[in-house]
Design a protein around this ligand. Structure first.
Ligand SMILES: *Cc1c(COP(=O)(O)O)cnc(C)c1O
Length: 398
């Protein structure tokens, strides 16, 4: 096959869609007003903002007044978790339940809260990358202020039983937040049916622009302010709104929701073809549940082939992949997500994440299936870790 570029790192970020770009264009030189201005130019921007809020609310199954714009998923996670913690603390509740494989935007916020006097229970994840509602129920205490469990994991793509967890939290009267950054626009998400009280999303994970996101906060729940200043977003998030970004996000989400079923079916088939093909490589294994998994996510370990080397060697073939999350690739620590599954260090370290989006084609899958076995072989042939497997110093587990 002729060399091509295959971008298969869509969990890190996606390319913008044409429709998102078209929605943004007028916001720079035509609809450039400040939505807080009372004159007509400002009011035009305000109207656009309202229309975007409606589109996003429609996709999530909530009221437009329950949507707050943020600078992205990280800010939304920070604001939701801090708000629920503060609300709980006012009633003497200082306990939070979460999981060991959350995104760092959640885990690092929880670390900060621990230093501020909160107690955090991080649930262990099963080997298949899923937790159960019963485990959440068992962890809830009378002083639990918040349960925060991600909708779908960004590394291994596993989908959590969010609706069941939501019901457990509702029965216990505990606020339930979900980091749905990898789920929204990829699988069906409905905050009412899922019994979710707070949710985070980010535009650049579903073909919208970077640097913009939103949170959902159920009516009646107090949201506290991270960014002080003007009265934008009902005083909960100050700063002149990123109108172009918000317009791009709303268009991208609307498009993703319209095409959800078809995209899911197509990507699931491509994903499973990739997994089946790559499992033919000796001493390889799939990480995370094969079924309860995002349509575009493949995460595999190849014994004796270090993730960093796999990425560089794949890149030389024009294939853009990741090992673990983009945030951990700078450090040489194996991913906390893979470690949370109980994988041995050397298996977690030898992992590769392939994340497909609707921009990928069957030819991309063909190309990866043709090139990746050679990539793994090449990395192994240069690896002292692989030598240890060959000599029997380390026993094979895959
Ligand atoms: C990407 C991501 C985030 C962070 O979103 P940003 O918009 O990049 O801040 C948070 N949580 C998960 C699960 C993600 O995948």
């Amino acid at each position: 096959m002729e060399k091509r570029t295959v971008y298969a790192d869509n969990a890190a970020t996606t390319a913008m869609s044409e429709r998102a770009l078209e929605a943004m264009k007028p916001c720079f030189m035509q609809i450039y007003g400040n939505p807080s201005s009372l004159h007509s130019v400002g009011q035009e921007a305000k109207e656009l903002l309202g229309a975007c809020r409606e589109k996003i609310a429609a996709c999530l199954g909530c009221e437009p007044s329950e949507i707050y714009f943020t600078s992205g998923g990280s800010e939304a996670d920070n604001q939701c978790i801090r708000s629920a913690a503060l609300f709980g603390a006012r009633k003497g509740k200082r306990h939070i339940v979460s999981t060991a494989f959350e995104h760092h935007a959640v885990l690092h916020t929880l670390d900060k809260l621990k230093k501020e006097g909160f107690e955090v229970t991080l649930l262990d994840v099963h080997k298949n990358g899923v937790i159960t509602a019963e485990e959440v129920k068992a962890a809830i205490r009378p002083d639990t202020a918040l349960v925060t469990v991600m909708y779908a994991n960004n590394e291994i793509g596993t989908i959590q039983p969010i609706r069941e967890i939501g019901k457990v939290c509702r029965e216990a009267g505990v606020i339930f937040h979900t980091d749905a950054v990898q789920a929204v626009g990829h699988i069906p998400v409905n905050v009412r049916e899922d019994c979710v009280d707070m949710l985070s999303l980010s535009a650049h994970k579903f073909h919208g622009p970077k640097g913009v996101g939103a949170l959902y906060c159920k009516k009646g729940l107090p949201l506290s302010t991270l960014i002080e200043g003007g009265a934008q977003e009902k005083g909960k998030r100050a700063g002149t709104e990123n109108i172009a970004g918000i317009a791009g996000m709303a268009a991208a989400l609307e498009e993703a929701c319209e095409n959800l079923g078809a995209n899911m079916a197509r990507l699931t088939a491509m994903r499973d073809r990739l997994i089946a093909g790559l499992l033919k490589i000796p001493y390889s294994g799939l990480n995370g549940d094969p079924v309860r998994r995002l349509p575009g996510n493949v995460n595999m370990s190849f014994e004796g082939a270090e993730g960093e080397s796999l990425i560089l060697s794949a890149d030389a073939e024009g294939i853009c992949l990741s090992s673990g999350s983009a945030c951990t690739t700078a450090s040489l620590k194996p991913s906390h997500v893979l470690m949370s599954l109980g994988l041995p260090h050397e298996i977690a370290h030898c992992s590769l994440r392939i994340t497909l989006a609707d921009t990928n084609t069957e030819e991309d899958v063909d190309y990866m299936l043709e090139k990746l076995p050679g990539v793994v072989n090449r990395v192994r042939s240069l690896s002292s870790l692989w030598d240890d497997y060959v000599s029997g110093k380390i026993p094979h587990v895959l």
